[in-house]
Ligand binder design. Sequence first.
Ligand SMILES: O=C(O)C(=O)C[C@]1(C(=O)O)C=C[C@@H](O)C=C1
Length: 282
Amino acid sequence: MKIGYLGPKATFTEAAAALLFPSQPREPYDTIPDCIDAAAAGEIEAAVVPLENALEGSVNLTLDYLIHEQPLPIIGEIVVPIEQHLMVHPYFTPHWREVKEVYSHSHAIAQCRKFLHTVLKGAKQVPMTSTSAAAKFVSEHPHLPAAAIANRLAAEKYGLVIVQENVHDYDYNHTRFIVVSRRKEPLSPASPLYAGDKTTVVVMLPQDRPGALHQVLSAFAWRRLNLTKIESRPAKTGLGNYFFIIDIDAPMDDVLIPGAIAEIEALGCTVQLLGSYPYYFA
Ligand SMILES: O=C(O)C(=O)C[C@]1(C(=O)O)C=C[C@@H](O)C=C1
């Protein structure tokens, strides 16, 4: 069966999919929802989509789509180093400092904010569905005074010239990519890239219960369950109503995490399990 990823070819997401599924056929999808929908429909065995970048934070579209639209389980995660390069059509190489438009995924643009503000001040920043979609667009519009921000593979694939390397603002640039699928079994830890296991839950607090968030965190703390991330996202039920996405630094077990979830639900919270899965470092 095929593996879907945020395309077109030569995205960072494809690189993540290739690392996790080196021998399986891959299918690009234009958007993150299209890719997740294909996995939900069984068109593909699993979808690989970006979840969080070290500089710009969560890819909200991925989080919101999984929480509100397609609750597919997360069965694995891989963290991939990210190098953003500025690239132009070969015709424009001598004049790259005169570009009027820079195309890329919004997260990639955000990772390069300082570079764009100083070196290409005034150039219009145009968000695209992915970094390689931006590279493909620039390659197909040689007459435009435009550049793309994407990876080296995209420059090679779409015949662009890298005029500035590593234009991301900070060195420690990595992105978390998740694998979602209708199948329930998590990916195998039998990989040289395996680094551990985590469990992700989404908690909705009860209305008007002072201290509820502290009680939720305590339910994990006294069980010595380490939390590596907690993030609020709008519940889309009115300003001030949030989901809390919580990453637990442990696989689902038979006692501690179910006990914490039962305790939190007894407090009046709703809890959605996004997945318990291995994570890998590239
Ligand atoms: O995979 C890609 O190339 C994307 O455009 C997505 C994405 C992201 O959403 O974070 C992936 C890696 C980078 O952080 C920039 C963009």
